[in-house]
Write a protein that binds this ligand. Structure first.
Ligand code: MTE
Ligand code: HPA
Ligand code: MOS
Length: 774
């Protein structure tokens, strides 16, 4: 860890200011959240005569539509109209990366839950009743539910991709140990609290405004325009906040918004479409299940020399974001380790499940689980602890990733050793060992989980943002960006930036809704990059305005601009407070007819990636950290609890410690849920069985670790991160992978004959089987 250098008195004062600034920031949404006053799509002001819609979806996973009879549904009192693909004036196409997904099915259905029609009625209840009256006749076709089967049948979304470093074929020959194996990690339901929804309203001249629960307002605008055959300027999309997105609303908020807009287009009336939980679970995609095979080779002293891995991604029935997610799996296939010879390949396999989509980590977690499994297996076979292998293979400064980027400001070893020292790993290991010696039916297991996660959209083109900052003539400030607040606290961070640059009270700053007419052509709020991209644009706009204000102050006070600073709402000259305060300065600026508005653009510098070579420098920087997970398994029941998760996390120089800790804890528990208890199940006909919260279990306060301690790694931060405060949204999820191996180590302590399996989630049922099998 870095030791504090001795500070000068001035430095000390400055750092105290920074500390108090950080600690005093409360999430600006907390007040309305706890009072139940925060607004979501379902809370929009509904225009008189608004219609309500439900989606009629396929009751089969694959087949030819022979006939559909809507007559009874249409005849129901209160039903206004039923829309199908025939009512689409533009393109019946919503695929973003690959145009392979119709908004409404035409002749065939490709997954259970695929939208076929939109039923619009006076009330949602009537629309639901009407849905039951639709008769559909489907000639069933063979259903594929697993990636392996899709691969065998040659059913793919696109061509496979491979990353290569060194020469694995050659290197395996020189390895002392070589192991092969296979792994499976299941999907995961995003389970945002606010289900998917939208509200479309007609404006004049055929313009339409859509309020949507989306992470990607521009994607909604663009797709609505495409489907309706309109120009983008005729569609306005507005987002106040989301009740969670977790990736599930990066792409898949779009169809519901477009459907509502389609109905509004035809009816010239507002239409509200909010999925209920059942509909949402059935119709939307989840984290991709992966089936993977690997081969890993070591030197005598346990250095990983070569690693080959093949990922079969279960993409579902259409591409959605699968190609981008597959790419990120390759980027993270070696996690925090340096491997000199790598060959990783991913197949996006087309199946008859709902198109799987983004989920916190975006394919990265799936990639990391495989190499952690390979290490666990190798350790077991060789007879060492996985910790030994992990530790000696951690990334170091200037190591090369398989995609060509050279690792800089690496904190893999730093966070690992810091975790070991800070939490006294030796003592923890001893406690576990002693506990296991003196207990028969309860066993503990401990695992370490290092993480390395690349920050930036893997698609270089997407790494840009804009901010529109108004200083109103009374000195209050309004900021519009592309950032969508979904609980991650990005609005608070953006507000902090403006308040800090202008040195004004936070109550003077307002973050406006995210709206395509104020900030256009935006990337979704995703890739953990929202605060970096939109925050940097905001910083730039505020700094330009500040410079302008200083011009005015310098003219007014007849001093040179360089002597001026703004501090605590006053102008200072040569560090001496003047009588000119913020409000008066703004008033003067206005009177001089100087613009109080600025629109700034930020595009991440230095990043690039060449897909023809699969090499480049795709990430602005990486986030690092190491977690220690301890589980206790009840060996009579197969149940388990988590005693503790202790992590050292690289926040850079966090600008909002409370928010960032919330992100780290939330991500961790979400990752643990994926690895241990959340079990998505489809039957062989492609019907979702885990279709309610009674059959799909996510971590609650009782199953979360009894103790979570996540401490910041002291680092210098990174210039590419907003105010050196590193992105935090996704990386901590991957600490959850440690939970799988902590449980596995406990099983090993009970059952020495246990043959390691790498099939996540490690549910109590699987634990019980493992405890008593060979
Ligand atoms: N935290 C909350 N509370 N709700 C969310 O929906 N989404 C996660 C993460 N943390 C999410 C969240 C995902 S998938 C991403 S990519 C980031 O937040 C997006 O926000 P950021 O870019 O501001 O970190
Ligand atoms: N992360 C999240 N969302 C994305 C990405 C990414 O890297 N690329 C495209 N959409
Ligand atoms: Mo997050 S999976 O990038 O929305």
């Amino acid at each position: 860890m870095h030791k504090n250098k001795s500070h000068s008195a001035l430095d000390l004062k400055k750092s105290q200011v920074e500390v108090s600034l950080k600690q005093s920031v409360k999430n600006i949404d907390s007040y309305t959240h706890v009072r139940g006053e925060s607004l979501y799509v379902d809370d929009v002001n509904v225009r008189q005569g608004t219609f309500h819609a439900v989606v009629f979806d396929s009751p089969k996973a694959h087949g030819k539509i022979k006939s559909i009879d809507y007559s009874k549904a249409e005849a129901l009192d209160g039903v206004e109209r039923i829309f199908t693909y025939k009512d689409i004036p533009g393109d019946n196409q919503i695929g973003g990366i690959i145009p392979d997904e119709p908004l409404f099915a035409e002749e065939e259905v490709h997954f259970w839950g695929m939208p076929i029609a939109l039923i619009v009625a006076k009330t949602e209840l009537i629309a639901r009743q009407a849905r039951r009256l639709v008769k559909i006749d489907i000639e069933e076709l063979p259903v594929i539910t697993t990636a392996k089967e899709a691969k065998e049948k040659g059913s793919f979304i696109n061509a496979p991709r491979s990353f290569k470093l060194g020469n694995t074929d050659k290197e395996f020959k020189d390895c002392e140990y070589v192991f092969e194996g296979e792994t499976f990690s299941n999907g995961q339901e995003q389970l945002y609290i606010e289900a998917q929804g939208s509200y479309a309203e007609p404006l004049e001249n055929g313009n339409i405004k859509i309020t949507s629960s989306t992470q990607g307002p521009t994607a909604v605008q663009k797709t609505a325009a495409r489907v309706l055959g309109l120009s983008m300027h005729k569609i306005e999309v507005d987002v106040t906040r989301l009740g969670g997105g977790f990736g599930g609303k990066e792409d898949q908020a779009t169809p519901w918004a477009v459907m509502a807009a389609l109905a509004t287009y035809h009816l010239n009336q507002s239409v509200k479409l909010i999925l209920n939980r059942h509909d949402d679970l059935r119709m939307t995609g989840k984290r991709h299940p992966y089936e993977s095979t690997y081969k890993i080779g070591f030197s005598k002293d346990l250095k990983i020399l070569a690693y080959e891995v093949e990922f079969l991604q279960n993409s579902g029935a259409a591409a959605d974001l699968s190609p981008a997610i597959a790419e990120r799996t390759l980027f993270h296939s070696t996690n925090s380790y340096f491997v000199p010879h790598v060959k990783s390949t991913v197949y996006s396999c087309k199946t008859n499940l709902p198109p799987n989509t983004a989920f916190r980590g975006f394919g990265g977690p799936q990639g990391m689980f495989v190499i952690e499994s390979a290490i666990a297996k190798a350790a077991h076979e060789i007879g060492v602890s996985a910790r030994e292998i992990q530790e000696i293979n951690l990334l170091q400064e200037n190591d090369e990733f398989s995609y060509g980027q050279i690792a800089k400001q690496v904190e893999a070893q730093n966070s690992w050793h810091s975790a070991k020292d800070t939490f006294n790993l030796k003592e923890l290991e001893k406690e576990v060992e002693e506990f296991n010696k003196s207990n028969k039916s309860l066993k503990k297991g401990l695992a370490l989980m290092p993480i390395t996660f690349g920050i930036s959209f893997t698609n270089t083109q997407m790494n840009h943002a804009r901010a529109l900052v108004h200083i109103y003539q009374d000195g209050s400030v309004g900021i519009s960006t592309a950032a969508v607040e979904m609980g991650q606290g990005v609005n608070t961070k953006i507000l902090q930036i403006a308040a800090q640059v202008f040195s004004i009270d936070k109550s003077k700053v307002k973050i406006e809704t995210t709206n395509t007419t104020r900030v256009a052509n935006t990337s979704p709020s995703a890739a953990s990059s929202t605060a970096d991209l939109n925050g940097k644009a905001t910083l730039k706009a505020c700094e330009i305005l500040l410079d302008r204000l200083k011009d005015v102050a310098s003219e007014d006070l007849k001093v040179s601009k360089e002597t001026i600073i703004l501090k605590d709402e006053f102008v200072y000259v040569n560090a001496k407070k003047t009588d000119l305060n913020w409000e008066a300065l703004i008033f003067k600026t206005m009177a001089k007819r100087v613009a109080l508005t600025e629109n700034a653009h930020y595009a991440t510098p230095k990043i690039h990636f060449d897909k023809t070579k699969e090499k480049g420098h795709p990430f602005a920087y990486h986030v690092y950290g190491t977690a220690i997970v301890i589980a206790t398994v009840d060996c009579l029941r197969g149940t388990y609890t988590f005693d503790t998760v202790k992590a050292i996390h690289d926040y850079g120089k966090s600008m909002s410690e409370g928010i960032d800790l919330g992100q780290a804890e939330g991500g961790l528990v979400q990752g643990m849920g994926w690895m241990t208890m959340e079990e998505i199940a489809y039957d062989i006909n492609g019907r979702l069985l885990s279709n309610a919260l009674s059959t799909y279990k996510v971590p609650d306060v009782f199953s979360a670790p009894k103790n979570i301690e996540i401490l910041p790694l002291e680092t210098q931060g990174n210039e590419m991160a907003i105010l050196k405060s590193k992105a935090v949204g996704e990386p901590p999820l991957m600490y959850g992978i440690g939970a799988y191996f902590a449980i596995q180590n406990a099983i090993k302590a009970f059952n020495p004959n246990y043959k390691l399996k790498f099939h996540a989630p490690m549910t109590p049922e699987k634990v019980l089987m493992s405890l008593y099998s060979n």
